[in-house]
Design a protein. Sequence first.
Length: 344
Amino acid sequence: MFQSKFRFSAGMFILCLLALSVQNSAAQGFKLYVGNSRGDDISIVDMSSLKVTGEIKAGERVHGVCVQADGKRLFATVETDHTLRIIDTASRQTLATIKVGGRPNQCAATPDGKYVAVPIRDGDSVDIVDANQQKIVKSLPIKEPHNALNTGSNRYIYVSSMASHEIDLIDLEKMDYAAHIPVGGRPRPYVVSPDGNTMYVALANLHGFSIVDISGKKAPERVEIPAEHATLRKLEYETPDTLTHGLALTPDGSELWVSSLLDDSMYIYDVKAKKITGRVSTGEGPNWIVFTPDGKYACVSNTDTDDVSVIDVKARREVTRVKVGKVPKRLAVAIALTASSKMR
């Protein structure tokens, strides 16, 4: 029951957000927020000019970044002081600093910005923060959590358990788990199809991903991507079992783009045809990937070259590399606020 309700609400939200984003993109544009994991800041990239237009100081070792749907608040997790920062994107000022239960990883916010899920890597828990009350309202147990993900629902948030080889779904109304989804290995980044039926999961020691039926009716299918290089060069900022640390679906859900640390590139997987149909070179150490909501650009953080590859999705070519801070990793993209929207 929960799945059909979640699929409907998430799907409707995504369609509305995409329609709004495409309609307003020419007037408003988009901002890319880049968490610099070995710095104390978040770089801001204007996606119209493809240039850095500022930075937000957030504390040493920013791990995760996410935004609420209207782009007014940015959330960042900071490893050194174990905090979640709530940031006003218009003023670029920190509104609140919330102490969490340990070393925080990739966060996720509900579209309305009410709740933020913060996985606590060294605490075997996930903290649920009420961003309006600026406090933790629930802490749920989970073994070695890593990445949280919201797919457009104000009720549900996913969080990965690396030790349990599963992705867990949190029901924010009940403040408890609604599902535990086996993924066939130690999960790294993951995404969910627009209809809510399928999950694509990067796994440790796999140059590729698994395809997971969220209802659990089928065993996960492993897709191994042939690589040009057989072995992984020494990477300063990744573990040796990490061959893929980023994947994302195009906004229409037709293509899955998968990062390759073996080949310093993005591989493109056609979801319907179930085959690799392209490859685009990036900087060194491609990490996280996000698409602008209009589907025009893919943005990839490159940890070893301290920049972001901006790729023209239709042309399948890198159009520029934007220099950012030290060891960029997590990315978030949002609608750029106009002067009138800032005043509301």
